[in-house]
Design a protein around this ligand. Sequence first.
Ligand code: MLT
Ligand code: MN
Length: 310
Amino acid sequence: MRVRVLGSAAGGGYPQWNCNHPNSRRARDPNDAAAIQRTQSSIAVSNDGEHWFLFNASPDLRKQINDNDVLHPKADLRHSPIQGVVLTNADVDHIAGLLNLRESHPLRIYATGKVLDVLKANSVFSVLNPDFVERMPIKLDEPTELVGPDGTASGIHIVPFAVPGKVALWLEDKSKPVDTKAMGEDTVALEVKDDSGKTRFFYVPGCAEMPDWLAARLNGAPMVLFDGTLWRDDEMIISKVGVKTGHRMGHMSLSGEDGTIAAFEPLGVERKIFIHINTTNPVLLEDSPERATANAAGWQVSYDGMEIAL
Ligand code: MLT
Ligand code: MN
């Protein structure tokens, strides 16, 4: 199985368009090799190197396709190696890229009933012509093999399961308190396997906390791509760029006693990779002490174009 990281940054990308935080400024300096720009959260997965499924569709998808030759059209005047898209939530950074996939091209979109309802309620997504684009409901905890639009089995099996998280930011009901650690169809993680079940990994781009059952599920996994949004919970506040904590945004942080690095320490995960990293997170900087701490704890920080062979 092959995994290509299309976008390693959180919503907004790195640097975010309106962010003048020192991190973001460094990313705009073409001579700063330790602060590499990143597009928004998405990976592509293939079992044969020819047929690819996107896991989330970021607003940067057009650039991501152009930057990754595996996703270029290869045959005929109209063609794409992209067979479909699996969505893990309905946040802008994960669904807006669907709009790039218009033009009556056959595809399949896999998502929970709740996320499919969000797409259905927004008629702009019908630019993905329903005559060509099939919407496939996935059920929590039910294994599903991803299948191309022509019915070709991919050999990629997913098991979607709920992880603590919240409804998409733009769907929050302002009149009610938001449950930031809800369990349901709004925020899912994916366990991904090949036909044999021996090659497998977890994709968890958003997660608000690490309950014992989740730690047990990830224990001993060959690879986990995990939510790397913030270094510390109050990062936006102390950086003076926002008023929300990571917890309020539905993301656990990398550092601290209840942070991701500590939570993974006893789990014996062979390959630990941060993805969905916010423009303010110092772990983005290759020369930062935070990057050294993450690396020393066995973590890699994903980057756009990173290729992982499993
Ligand atoms: C998140 O992951 O917290 C969201 O992508 C936020 C957003 O939509 O900007
Ligand atoms: Mn996001």
